[in-house]
Design a protein around this ligand. Sequence first.
Ligand code: SAM
Length: 289
Amino acid sequence: MDKLYSPATMAKIREKHGFRHSKSLGQNFLTDINIIDAIIEGSEIGSEDLVIEIGPGMGVLTAAAAEAAGRVIAVEIDRHLIPILKDTLAEYDNIEIINADIMKTDLTELIESNRQAGRVRIIGNLPYYITTPIVMKLLEERVPADSITIMMQKEVADRMKAEPGGKTYGALTVAVGFYCTVSHVANAPKEVFVPRPKVDSTVIRLDIREKPPVELINEKIFFETIKNGFGQRRKTLLNSLTGVQGLAKEQIGEALKSAGIDPKRRAETLSLKEFAELANSIVNTLKNR
Ligand code: SAM
């Protein structure tokens, strides 16, 4: 077969199978071998590794992953792509395609029952409409993967990688930083996709931490503090956090004081460590109430 990632091959496949891209499923397919290689190399796939791919599309990344890995399992929601994938990936005997919604897939079970001798790598050129929910699902479920190398809208990647103090720093940054470290892999301009999306993309790699970087007394209250702080990010912490766990302004003031945080500061200036200290201080305030 001609090179699968070439727009001409994709056009032929579309015609042969009567396939039409679904905008609502975020079907922007990759046509640049350099970006495909960057994702494969960035995820450091070894010959004994299990690769889980989210949204294989026509299979450009799947084929490249199969060349490098022991086994590849790709989860694709669109049933119209299944016969296409059977066709485009026919020469590989180490690929399994599952027709399912990644949000409804038990990834831990899938990984544990298909483990190979090597590591577990999750890869994907993620559909835009659902990037953050997919990433949060992987992290909150603490999927047993060694790395997650994924393409997403540049703006979302910028939020995941942000430092305190800027506009892009928010609840997503702190949540992602709690579960993993983030590194930049590659940039992908809109021109490398068919059809072209309106925005540029970035490939990042997430490495799940073995243990959280901060000690928390109560994880739920930590996330509630972050959510409330950024929910009204222009307000001071004293105001935005009033009401957390039913606490009055005065008690939030006490919690901020004992965490050593100026009540006039805003959420976007707090580091992950400060959020943890503040959440622990809120828990202690609740205990002494
Ligand atoms: N990997 C291919 C590539 O790079 O050319 C396709 C990437 S395209 C941006 C996203 C893919 O995810 C599409 O094939 C789409 O049908 C699939 N998809 C969308 N929502 C999904 C979901 N909830 N579960 C699994 N796959 C999904």
